[in-house]
Design a protein around this ligand. Structure first.
Ligand code: ADP
Ligand code: MG
Length: 294
């Protein structure tokens, strides 16, 4: 059995998932700048990203979600508080934590297949073994027919799927995604949710997914972290106890999902109101967008 199959379980067996990483954010604050220019972005923020679950963070735009990701990834340090992975303090970036950003990371001079193989090749892994894994992943994200195309020959949604495959082949202990489907049209987005959810359901690795989209959050999450407005802390943690695999259509009529949706909307609305009362343009745009949905 290949290394890849060992960690994933083959299609026919039903092994327990690999032991993904666990991240604990404990009472973290982050201040950018100093003196009169100091801005507190994160304040006394605590939450857990448990092993082998899909934890989704939702919060208003500009509340500090990417800042939290920067610290979890090890690119930035908290001003106070601690972040640990499997009990060890995070002091730098590492290949155990892989961040998929919103911006395209595909190399334009490589084909889809070559892009997916980039990580394993760069690490000098067994090419035959990982080629098989790459083909399987490409099939799972519906890109087999596009394996020899270059990024410019792919639609936006296809590029995002290629990036998912390119990240997931590396099997990081924790996969971190920062609004990865932002900017896609609604239909492509729904398709991405399905592809991504099925990849997660198969691997059951620890995933941390950040979004501002309520429907996306509820469709994907095992566990939902709802953040306050600036300076950010955890407002509420909800379990999304809806069986997998989920169907987007069924979810629209699901009582549990709809109750969660109303609760999340109410909380985010309250958070937006806080900065609205401070006169923020971003908050009033946010309120507009959300009141259209109700
Ligand atoms: P989100 O990802 O939730 O939209 P961010 O984490 O990107 O929010 O930003 C939160 C706040 O922190 C914003 O007001 C932003 O201007 C500020 N910020 C982010 N990075 C820096 C930085 N390097 N220096 C100063 N301010 C920053
Ligand atoms: Mg962000």
């Amino acid at each position: 059995m290949t290394n890849f199959e060992e960690r994933n379980g083959s299609a026919t067996d039903n092994k327990s998932p690999s032991l993904g990483g666990e991240i604990i954010v404990d009472n973290v604050s982050k201040i950018y700048g100093s003196g009169p220019y100091a801005t507190e972005v994160i304040k006394d923020c605590s939450f857990t990203i448990p092993r082998n679950k899909l934890t989704v963070m939702i919060g208003p735009s500009g509340c500090g979600k990417s800042t939290l990701i920067q610290m979890i990834a090890g690119f930035e340090k908290p001003t106070s508080g601690s972040i640990t992975m499997n009990g060890e303090p995070i002091t730098s970036s590492g290949k155990d934590r892989l961040v998929l950003f919103q911006e395209s990371a595909l190399f334009p001079w490589m084909t889809t297949f070559e892009n997916v193989m980039y990580g394993p090749k760069a690490r000098g892994e067994n090419i035959a073994e990982f080629s098989k894994a790459a083909e399987t992943l490409l099939e799972k994200v519906g890109l087999t027919a596009f394996r020899d195309k270059y990024p410019t020959q792919l639609s936006g949604g296809m590029q995002r799927r290629a990036e998912l495959a390119r990240a997931m082949i590396n099997k990081p202990e924790v996969m971190i995604l920062d609004e990865p489907f932002r900017g896609l049209d609604h239909m492509s987005k729904e398709l991405m949710w399905e592809y991504y959810a099925s990849l997660f359901e198969e691997s059951r690795d620890t995933n941390f997914f950040v979004t501002t989209d309520i429907d996306e959050a509820i469709y994907l999450a095992d566990r939902l972290l709802i953040m306050t407005n600036l300076p950010t802390s955890t407002r509420k943690v909800l379990q999304v106890d809806v069986p997998r695999p989920r169907s987007i259509d069924d979810l629209a009529d699901d009582k549990v999902a709809n109750d969660i949706k109303i609760e999340v909307m109410t909380l985010l609305h309250e958070e937006a109101m806080k900065s609205f009362s401070r006169g923020s343009k971003a908050a009033s745009d946010f309120l507009d967008a959300y009141s259209k949905r109700t």
